[in-house]
Design a binder for this molecule. Structure first.
Ligand SMILES: Nc1ncnc2c1ncn2[C@@H]1O[C@H](COP(=O)(O)OP(=O)(O)OP(=O)(O)O)[C@@H](O)[C@H]1O
Length: 981
């Protein structure tokens, strides 16, 4: 118990000293691992780990589950977000979740003000502090899509000197005006535009519309005797909003005299309390008003003249369906927290919720969801069972209001296809589909049949049903791919009967004879699929494929092969495989081949900027660094107009499109319309991001050249990159005072002194060449995870780390890592390549690694080339041969299998080690003895194996060095385990 308390104290101290609020907004792991705490506490990792788990059970510690498990104390979160006192979730999946919950509490707490139900006061420091944690509108659903323009306007109006611009929000009931105003308040606070203590005051003018006197008094205050019942002086909300923000909802209901006073106040900052003839009072407020009135209406004429910024918020029906889906998940997550129960929502219920006509916008959607959840909660038989929301139990007004719009239905189907059969929402407020049933093979047919029946019952036509079902197929096939299921031959043998596999192999050889050889991927997918079919036929369950005829027409060759395969399997297994199933098999044969082709293709990247060589130099840099020529540039002379840019872009887009769309990176401003024009002219899907910079091109290109990424992934990533370079824009803004951090690229290797130092030199040269003088390159020692994380944390305080390059991935979320092998294979300019590929030579070691699919020749050449640069005293070729013998022994004795990257890492590290030992430049390792005691086998094998090196180079491989070598082996083991699944 004593130890637990100590651990808690240490973790709390770590959180308080090393983490700050800003970290919440960064996309990096938050908190500390058991190892980190163990190092400081001086206890073993396993003890600390079990203590942290016990503390977690006692709700004193929160787990943040990302790639590893990180811990922070509940006390620390509560100190940052007082609104979450007693409500901190036990497990957090991502940091945003804490922010969202806090935001939720923040807005909930604002609803009960001290003035009345319809006015709210957010006046304590804690709320202000919360607001300071938000420096953007990112948490607002739609901020980067349907609300993008609105958010940009809001930011501009908040930053306008000296006190921002008064703003009118226009939109129907329930579109989110109040929430939007709250975000404006938070943004202004975070930018220091509202000083500490500045409040967010909400007042709904409609609530007092029938009593103008009371309304004026609430707003401007009164003095004693101002009217009957005014028995003492009272300050109004305007005074309370001094230094803060006043949000006037339904502002068109303000009586004429109120409007006059308000405008006078806005113009001069002066007002009088009602009945006060003596004293003119002065305040500084930011006004955000809101109205549901049409901006053209007479009621608003005066406001529009006097309020400089008008922001329109769209109706729910105008927002994209994927946003509506996000809203539904968000609102349901809130309900799950309220009812403290897990929610399970069926696909059909989601279908209806996405498609029904929701007259009162998000407010109405929220009310409907609350009602549905409340009903389901009450009717739940078993009090500990999750609350289920199913289509049958939705209110008739929802079922009857489902819109018939083929496009929307198709879109909905696409969204739902990314889920399993149900959506799961945890009582801690996280919406997740990862629990969704991924073992589709078993219930694939059932899902299809149910989906078809449902679509039919909704009066949807046959053609549309087929389209929806096709999307299900596509989704199903994607999940069946071996990468997704991590299938291996052994796995297949363990789940499918041998009898079936023999028959299946027979059918495959038949297909091969007919000219349809099956790729490994298709073989696995088809085996699982047909095995499920056989089971289904034997259990007498139907197989329905509405699509069979069109499949036969579209893919005649595959259909014939499928028929033969089905016949063979049917005969051998004594069953009759129906035509509908043949349609499925044919579709798989066709689709997988098509996918194969598609997999090679990449999303295009096109950069257009003003200036004679700006775009070209950014693109050249990124292409060179990644060793590709994929990104293209258009330099736009300053005198050229947008039409010129569009003409050029059309030409280039046609050349570079590979069928997966194009990401357009452009200057801010006039080029923003190019994407739309390009799509209209070429039919290519083009998504554009403004505010391009070299780092952004690098980031986007890195994502785009991975064939597995589609345009949406690359686009999202472009947005992330955009936020990385935000400071550049902020620096251009004279009113901005935010202190932008310097940018840095990290280079990594085990010691920070070998490969990392070398790559640093090369990168610095390249950056210089490209005149990017403001980017620092920092070599870090990444051999020890604990130390690396601590070092990263401190670096992140001082730098905006934009990427890492090297032999060890520091796993910084949303920051690209370029592995050393990637660099060696292609890039970093011809200079780097030349350095790394000299000296190819054959070796007898080759066979072993060639068996593992490595190109040993190339790898050896690269390593020797690299070592040539690193080593002064040791002959790289000589050390290489001895090292290979040692590594072979290590692999055999420790039963570890080095991957190509692991092998390169081990070779480079060990060669540098020999040089270090020769020059007496030793490196340290913390708590060497304890570490060795934990790894006795590795230690003794390494000691034995390194004899050969010691003899040849007359050095003594010391314990510190051995510990570093153990770290590499551990890293490889982890990799082996992950690969084995
Ligand atoms: N972008 C959003 N993301 C998440 N929730 C939202 C969003 N917009 C609105 N909501 C939620 O929808 C509900 C209605 O929003 P809000 O009260 O701000 O609308 P409103 O336009 O001010 O409505 P009214 O005109 O009725 O005052 C609230 O519960 C709010 O939290």
């Amino acid at each position: 118990m004593k130890r637990q308390l100590k651990i808690l104290e240490i973790l709390d101290e770590l959180c308080t000293k090393k983490l700050d609020k800003n970290m919440m907004q960064q996309h990096k792991p938050l908190g500390f691992t058991a190892e980190e705490v163990a190092i400081l506490a001086g206890f073993s990792r396993s003890n600390v780990s079990s203590d942290l788990n016990a503390l977690h059970r006692e709700k004193l510690v929160v787990k943040l589950v990302s790639r590893s498990t990180y811990y922070v104390t509940v006390k620390w979160i509560e100190s940052l977000y007082p609104a979450l006192k007693g409500k901190v979730p036990e497990v957090v999946r991502h940091q945003r979740q804490i922010e969202e919950l806090a935001a939720n509490e923040f807005s909930q707490s604002g609803r009960t003000g001290e003035v009345s139900d319809t006015t709210s006061l957010k006046n304590d420091n804690a709320l202000y502090d919360n607001a300071q944690n938000y420096d953007s509108f990112d948490g607002l659903i739609g901020a980067q899509d349907s609300l993008k323009v609105a958010v940009e306007q809001a930011k501009a109006s908040a930053l306008y000197p000296p006190k921002g611009l008064d703003t009118l929000l226009v939109g129907s009931t329930g579109v989110g005006k109040t929430l939007f105003a709250e975000y404006m308040y938070r943004f202004a606070c975070s930018q220091g535009k509202i000083a500490h203590g500045g409040r967010f005051i909400v007042f709904n003018c409609a609530d007092y519309a029938n009593n103008p006197q009371l309304l004026m008094s609430q707003l401007f205050g009164h003095v004693r005797g101002a009217f009957t019942g005014a028995d003492k002086d009272k300050a109004g909300l305007v005074e309370k909003a001094d230094g803060g923000m006043l949000f006037l909802d339904e502002v068109h209901r303000l009586p004429p005299e109120g409007q006059e006073m308000l405008f006078y106040l806005l113009d001069r900052g002066d007002f009088r309390r009602m009945g006060d003839t003596d004293k003119i009072r002065h305040v500084t407020i930011r006004l955000v008003a809101a109205t549901t009135e049409n901006p053209d209406s007479a009621l608003l004429k005066t406001f529009l003249r006097r309020i400089p910024v008008v922001i329109s918020l769209p109706d729910l029906s105008m927002r994209p369906l994927h946003e509506r889906f996000e809203l539904i998940k968000f609102l349901l997550a809130r309900e799950a927290v309220h009812i403290q129960s897990k929610l399970i929502v069926s696909q059909e219920a989601l279908w209806a919720l996405l498609l029904y006509r929701c007259q009162g916008n998000i407010g109405q959607l929220r009310n409907d969801l609350q009602l549905i959840c409340a009903k389901a909660f009450l009717h739940r038989g078993d009090k500990v069972a999750p609350v289920r929301l199913v289509y049958e139990e939705l209110p008739p007004k929802i079922k009857q209001a489902i819109v018939y719009d083929p496009q929307a239905r198709l879109e909905t189907s696409k969204i739902l296809c990314t889920l399993g059969s149900e959506l799961f929402i945890q009582p801690n407020g996280t919406a997740a589909d990862e629990e969704a049933d991924r073992s589709l093979p078993k219930n694939f047919y059932q899902t299809i049949s149910e989906r078809m029946q449902f679509l039919k019952s909704q009066g949807i036509g046959q053609a549309e049903i087929i389209q929806c079902i096709e999307m299900d197929f596509e989704n199903y096939f994607q999940r069946l791919g071996p990468e997704q299921l991590e299938i291996s031959q052994e796995y297949l043998q363990s789940i499918l009967p041998q009898e079936f596999l023999s028959v299946f192999d027979l059918a495959c050889s038949l297909a091969e004879k007919m000219g349809k050889a099956l790729s490994r991927r298709l073989y696995y997918a088809l085996a699982i699929h047909i095995a499920a079919t056989v089971e289904r036929i034997r259990s007498g369950l139907p197989i329905v494929n509405p699509n069979v005829r069109s499949v036969a027409e579209q893919h005649p060759k595959e259909y014939i092969v499928a028929e033969k395969m089905a016949q063979c399997i049917g005969e051998q297994m004594g069953i009759l495989i129906p035509l509908d199933e043949i349609g499925f098999i044919a579709l798989m044969l066709a689709t997988f081949d098509d996918r194969q082709g598609r997999e090679e293709r990449k999303v295009g990247v096109l950069v257009i900027t003003h200036g004679n060589s700006t775009a070209t130099s950014m693109v050249d840099f990124a292409n060179k660094l990644l060793g590709v020529t994929h990104a293209k540039a258009i330099d736009m002379p300053l005198e050229a107009n947008v039409d010129w840019a569009i003409e050029k872009a059309v030409q280039v887009a046609k050349e570079i499109d590979q069928g997966k769309g194009i990401i357009l990176l452009v200057d801010m401003g006039s080029l923003s319309g190019v994407a739309k024009a390009l799509t209209n002219r070429t039919g290519i899907m083009v998504k554009s991001v403004e505010m391009v910079s070299t780092l952004m091109v690098l980031h986007v290109l890195h994502k785009a050249i991975l064939p597995k990424n589609d345009i949406n992934i690359v686009y999202r990533s472009a947005w992330t990159a955009r936020s990385m370079v935000q400071t550049v824009v902020q620096a251009n803004n004279p009113t901005d005072f935010m202190n932008g951090k310097d940018k840095a690229i990290l280079t990594t290797c085990l010691t920070g002194q070998g490969a990392a130092a070398k790559i640093k030199g090369l990168l610095e040269k390249l950056l210089n060449q490209w005149q990017l003088f403001n980017i620092r390159v920092i070599a870090v020692e990444a051999g020890n995870q604990e130390m690396l994380q601590t070092r990263l944390m401190s670096l992140q305080h001082s730098y905006d780390i934009v990427a890492s390059v090297g032999s060890i991935d520091p796993q910084m979320e949303d920051r690209p890592h370029i592995a050393i092998e990637e660099l060696m294979q292609g890039g970093a300019g011809s200079e780097l390549r030349r350095l790394l590929t000299d000296g190819l030579k054959a070796s007898d070691i080759a066979d072993r690694y060639t068996d593992r699919g490595m190109d040993w020749e190339v790898m050896r050449g690269m390593v020797v080339g690299m070592l040539d640069e690193f080593l002064t005293f040791v002959n790289p070729r000589k050390v290489m041969d001895t090292l290979m013998i040692c590594i072979r022994k290590l692999e055999d004795e420790l039963q570890v299998e080095f991957s190509s990257s692991g092998l390169v890492r081990m070779l480079v590290h060990s060669a540098c080690m020999v040089e270090r030992l020769l020059t007496n430049a030793g490196i340290s390792y913390p708590e060497t003895a304890a570490f060795i005691a934990e790894h006795p086998l590795e230690y003794s094998v390494l000691k034995k194996v390194s004899n050969a090196l010691e003899e040849q180079f007359t050095v003594n491989v010391n314990d510190e060095e051995i510990c570093h070598l153990i770290e590499i082996i551990k890293m490889e083991r982890r990799k082996n385990t992950i690969e084995e699944g």
